[in-house]
Design a protein around this ligand. Structure first.
Ligand SMILES: Nc1ncnc2c1ncn2[C@@H]1O[C@H](COP(=O)(O)OP(=O)(O)OP(=O)(O)O)[C@@H](O)[C@H]1O
Ligand SMILES: [Mg+2]
Length: 247
């Protein structure tokens, strides 16, 4: 498999806290990679560094053959990175469909205001419906976002990310807060998106789902790389077990 994304020498500091210390990560085209590790390991910080939301002390970031380290977040999105958030944050004044149409329009015109203008346009709406179908929430299309249950909001996050038609989908705890049945269903849906060819990097604490759907694991602990490789092999490693048991 060819490599689609690579991060090297990623160091991030927040004041006196070193959140990431010389971390590296690679992602193969088409793979489903799960990024795991205890609370505070630096997982979200690593994805935020990839998208440019966090400014690293040092980092070499490559998407396909291009160095993206110096690019702004919107430029990285345009090049093919999309991120969902640990805390869902849709536009609450819009309907479900409008949220996704907005994301589809953003891909096209790449600016906030013009993409607001495209909200009523048929092509974006048609596209948005397709993504709502993909995550199985099209029955909520005209609902106001502010009144939706978390399970639907989590799916909406994924639909919004898919709507920018990324090369890589970065998911930050898509299953968090869901009961085990809902989590299983959403994990199936993410796996289906992966089967259709999307490259996925997923941060997730739900290890049984992670082990069920991932091709490979990358483990961070306390701001450092701990292990990566085939899921069952990684979970057998004593240092990975120790990190999870806190000892
Ligand atoms: N904006 C910030 N300002 C200050 N410190 C931060 C900030 N964001 C993260 N940190 C710190 O950086 C470290 C890594 O945090 P990060 O959120 O990346 O961890 P995580 O692996 O995503 O954890 P979790 O599983 O709890 O989401 C932690 O010590 C955290 O407190
Ligand atoms: Mg996090």
């Amino acid at each position: 498999m060819s490599e689609i994304l690579r991060a090297e020498s990623v160091t991030v500091k927040f004041g006196g806290v070193t959140a990431l210390d010389n971390v590296s990560l690679f992602v193969a085209k088409g793979e489903f990679l799960s990024l795991i590790g205890p609370n505070g390991a630096g997982k979200t910080t690593l994805l935020n560094t990839l998208t440019g939301v966090v400014k690293p002390v040092s980092a070499v970031l490559k998407l396909e053959d291009q160095n993206i380290s110096g690019l702004q977040t919107h430029e990285r999105i345009r090049k093919g990175l999309a991120l969902t958030h640990q805390i869902v944050r849709p536009f609450t004044s819009m309907t479900v469909l409008e949220n996704v149409a907005f994301a589809a329009g953003f891909k096209k015109v790449r600016k906030i205001w013009p993409s607001l203008m495209t909200l009523d346009r048929a092509p974006e709406k048609e596209k948005a419906v397709r993504f709502l179908e993909m995550v199985d929430i099209e029955s909520y299309r005209d609902h106001e976002v502010s009144k939706l249950p978390l399970g639907v909001l989590k799916r909406l996050e994924v639909a919004r990310a898919l709507a920018v038609e990324p090369k890589i989908l970065l998911l930050d705890e898509p299953l968090a807060g869901l009961n085990s049945q809902e989590a299983g269903k959403l994990a199936d849906m993410v796996k289906e998106v992966s089967r259709q060819g999307m490259t996925i990097v997923m941060i997730e604490h739900n290890l049984s789902e992670v082990l069920r759907i991932s091709d490979r694991l990358h483990v961070l602990d306390n701001g450092r790389n701990l292990a990566h490789g085939e899921p069952a092999e990684v979970m057998k490693q004593p240092r990975v077990r120790a990190a999870y048991l806190g000892g």
